[in-house]
Design a protein around this ligand. Structure first.
Ligand code: ATP
Length: 589
C-alpha cells in the first residue's frame, strides 16, 4: 500500500483496481446473464436521457392550453419510455441479482474450502473470529458492489456523457459555462472521497476486531463464566466498540462536510446556470430541459463519488479475501478410497525428530526423538505436562512437519505419502471430544461419511455407546450440543470412540481423558477402547494405570526428550527413574 502511494495517481488506480478485476473473474461463467443485464441497463439509461428534452418540448407545445396533436404525440412517447424503463429495470435487477448471488456463492465456497484446507501453522497466527468474518462481513460487502455499484457506475457514466452531448445540442454556450464549474467539483469530490474511504476501512477493521471478542467469548463461554470474566470481557468489548464508534463518528463528520460541499457546489452551479440562461434569453422549454439535464448530470456526479467510495471499500474487502487465498493449503485429495500402495501395515518410526512450533521457532519442543512401534503394538506415552506428548500426535498426523529428522510409516518417509491417505488411516480419540451441532448419528457418521444406519448402530454398540443412545427417545436422531441434549464426558468419549470404530484406522491415537470419570463410565470407556485397540497399532497418551500396564512399551517423555523406554515391569524397577516417580505419584491410590 505504502509503495503504491509513491507512484503516479494513474498507476495507483490501476494497481488498486486489480483485486476488483480478479473478483470479476469469478463472475465470468455467468457472463451471458451479466451482458443481458448490462444491455437492459444501457437501454433504460439511454432512454431516460430523452425525458428532459421531451418534457421541455411538452412545456413549449402545451403553452396554448389545448392538447395539440404534437403534444399528444410527446405524451405517448413519454409513456412509452416510462413503460420501457419499468420493464427493463425489472429484468436488469433480476439478472444482476442472479449473477451476484451465483458469483458470491462461488467465492464463498472457494474461500471456505481454502480456509479449511490451510495448514495448522496458519491457524496459530490468525484468529478464528477474524477468519470467519472474511466470509461473512467481507463477502457481504461485495454483494453491494455487484448488485448496485457496478450498475450505478454505468448508469451514471451514460447520464453524464449522454447528458453533456444533449446539453451541447440544446445550448452550446450555456454548456460551456456549466462545464467551467463542474470539473472543479468533480476533482474536489474525488479527493474528498479518497479521504473518507480511509476512515471507512479503519472502521471496518475495528468492526472485525470487536466481532472477534463476541465470537471467541461465546465459543469459550464456559471459561468466561468459570473465570468470572464477564465484566472483563464487557469492558474489553466496550473499549473496542467505543473506539470503533469514535472513528466512525469522525468519518461521519467528513462525510457530512462532503455532503455540504456537494450541495453548495451543485446548487451553486444550478443557480449560476439559471441566471446565465435567463439573462442570455434561452426559451422556457429549453431552459427547463437544460436544467433537468444539469440536475441529472449533477446527480450522477455525486452518484459517481459514492460509487467511488463504495468501490474503494470493496477493494479493501477484496484484498483481504485475496490475501487469504494467497495462504498455502495442504495437499489434500477428495478420494475416499486409499490406493493399495498407500495402505499401511502400521509400523511407525520416529528418527531424530526435532520440532519447534512455527510461532516459537526458538523453543525446541522435541529434541531429536527416536522410537519404533511395530505393527499392532500398543505403546503408551507418559510424562509431565508440557513434555511434548500432544506434539508427537500432531506430528504423526502431519499437522506439522518436523524441523529436523523424519517420521516413517512402514519404512516410508511420511512426506512421501499422500496426506489424505495418511490421515485416513490414523484415528484419533481426543481428550476433548468435539461434537458438531447435529444428531448423534451424524456425529458418529463423521468417521465414515457413507456409513449406513446399521453400521452406525454396530459402531455405537462396539463403543459401548448404544446402551445410552437407545435410551434417548429419538435414539440416533437425538440432537446434541447447543440446541439439543448435553452429553456427559464419558458419553462424548464413547461417541468419539464409535466414530473411530467406523473409521477403522490402521493406527490409533488415544489421548486419554485426564478428568476423572465415574467408575462405571470409566469401565465402559476403557472396555470400548480395549476393543478398539485390538488388531491396530496404538499410541496412547496415558493417564490411566490400566492402559500403561497393558502397553507393550512405555515411552517416558520429559522436556521434549525420551528419558526412559520399556514395559511397566521394567520401568518400575528403575530406582529414581521418572516413570517410577510418576507412577507412584499418579497411579497409586
Ligand atoms: N501451538 C503451539 N505454539 C507454540 N508452542 C506450543 C504450541 N502447542 C504446544 N506448545 C508448547 O510445546 C510444549 C509441548 O506441548 P504439548 O502440548 O505437546 O505437551 P503435552 O506433553 O501434551 O502436555 P499436556 O500433558 O499438558 O497436554 C509445551 O511447552 C507447549 O507450551
Amino acid at each position: 500500500m505504502q509503495e503504491s502511494k509513491s507512484i503516479t495517481v494513474k498507476g495507483m488506480q490501476s494497481t488498486s483496481l486489480q483485486p476488483l478485476f480478479r473478483l470479476f473473474s469469478y463472475a465470468r461463467p455467468y457472463w451471458p446473464e451479466f451482458a443481458a443485464g448490462l444491455l437492459f441497463l444501457m437501454i433504460s439509461s439511454l432512454s431516460g436521457l430523452a425525458l428532459p428534452r421531451l418534457l421541455g418540448q411538452l412545456i413549449d407545445g402545451g403553452k396554448g392550453g389545448s392538447v395539440s396533436p404534437e403534444v399528444a404525440r410527446i405524451g405517448w412517447i413519454l409513456l412509452g419510455i416510462l413503460l420501457l424503463q419499468a420493464v427493463f429495470s425489472f429484468f436488469r435487477v433480476v439478472l444482476f441479482v442472479n449473477v451476484t448471488e451465483k458469483t458470491l456463492a462461488t467465492l464463498r465456497q472457494k474461500v471456505y474450502s481454502h480456509l479449511i484446507k490451510m495448514p495448522m501453522s496458519i491457524f496459530l497466527h490468525r484468529r478464528v473470529g477474524e477468519l470467519s468474518s472474511r466470509i461473512s462481513a467481507d463477502i457481504t460487502l461485495l454483494q453491494e458492489i455487484f448488485n448496485t455499484t457496478l450498475a450505478e457506475l454505468i448508469r451514471q457514466l451514460i447520464v453524464v456523457v449522454g447528458g453533456l452531448v444533449l446539453l451541447m445540442v440544446t445550448s452550446f454556450q450555456l454548456t460551456i459555462f456549466m462545464l467551467l464549474l463542474l470539473p472543479v467539483m468533480m476533482v474536489l469530490a474525488e479527493v474528498f472521497g479518497r479521504f473518507i474511504n480511509r476512515y471507512a476501512k479503519q472502521v471496518q477493521d475495528k468492526v472485525a476486531l470487536s466481532n472477534t471478542i463476541v465470537e471467541e467469548t461465546l465459543q469459550g463461554i464456559f471459561s468466561v463464566k468459570a473465570f468470572v470474566s464477564e465484566f472483563f470481557e464487557i469492558r474489553r468489548y466496550r473499549e473496542r466498540t467505543d473506539e470503533m464508534a469514535k472513528l466512525a463518528m469522525q468519518g461521519g463528520k467528513y462525510r457530512g462536510f462532503f455532503n455540504s460541499f456537494v450541495i453548495l457546489g451543485i446548487f451553486g452551479t444550478l443557480v449560476a446556470v439559471i441566471w446565465r440562461g435567463a439573462t442570455t434569453g434561452v426559451g422556457t422549454g429549453e431552459l427547463f430541459s437544460f436544467l433537468l439535464y444539469s440536475v441529472f448530470i449533477a446527480n450522477s456526479i455525486t452518484g459517481l463519488a459514492e460509487v467511488y467510495t463504495s468501490l474503494q471499500k470493496s477493494i479493501g474487502a477484496t484484498s483481504h479475501l485475496f490475501d487469504l487465498l494467497e495462504e498455502p493449503v495442504e495437499a489434500l485429495s477428495e478420494e475416499t478410497t486409499i490406493a493399495p500402495e498407500h495402505m499401511l501395515e502400521g509400523k511407525i518410526s520416529f528418527r531424530q525428530v526435532q520440532f519447534s512450533y512455527p510461532l516459537r521457532e526458538e523453543t525446541n519442543v522435541l529434541h531429536g526423538i527416536s522410537f519404533q512401534v511395530a505393527a499392532n503394538q500398543k505403546i503408551a506415552i507418559v510424562g509431565p505436562s508440557g513434555a511434548g506428548k500432544s506434539t508427537i500426535v500432531s506430528l504423526l498426523l502431519r499437522l506439522y512437519d518436523p524441523v529436523k529428522g523424519s517420521i516413517f510409516f512402514d519404512g516410508r518417509n511420511s512426506t512421501a505419502m499422500p496426506l489424505s491417505a495418511l490421515r485416513m488411516q490414523i484415528g484419533v480419540v481426543p481428550q476433548d471430544v468435539f461434537l458438531f451441532g447435529g444428531t448423534i448419528g451424524e456425529n458418529i457418521g463423521y468417521g465414515k461419511k457413507d456409513a449406513t444406519t446399521e453400521e452406525i448402530i454396530e459402531a455405537a454398540k462396539k463403543a459401548n455407546a448404544w446402551e445410552f443412545i437407545s435410551r434417548f427417545p429419538q435414539g440416533l436422531d437425538t440432537v446434541v450440543g447447543e440446541r439439543g441434549i448435553q452429553l456427559s464426558g464419558g458419553q462424548r468419549q464413547r461417541i468419539a470412540i464409535a466414530r473411530t470404530v467406523l473409521k477403522a484406522p490402521r493406527i490409533l491415537v488415544l489421548d486419554e481423558a485426564t478428568s476423572a470419570l465415574d467408575a462405571e463410565s470409566e469401565r465402559q470407556v476403557q472396555d470400548a477402547l480395549d476393543k478398539l485397540m485390538e488388531g491396530r497399532t496404538s499410541i496412547v497418551i496415558a493417564h490411566r494405570l490400566a492402559t500403561v500396564r497393558k502397553a507393550d512399551k512405555i515411552l517416558v517423555l520429559d522436556k521434549g526428550r525420551i528419558v526412559e523406554e520399556g514395559t511397566h515391569q521394567e520401568l518400575i524397577q528403575v530406582n529414581g527413574g521418572l516413570y517410577k516417580n510418576l507412577s507412584e505419584m499418579q497411579f497409586t491410590h
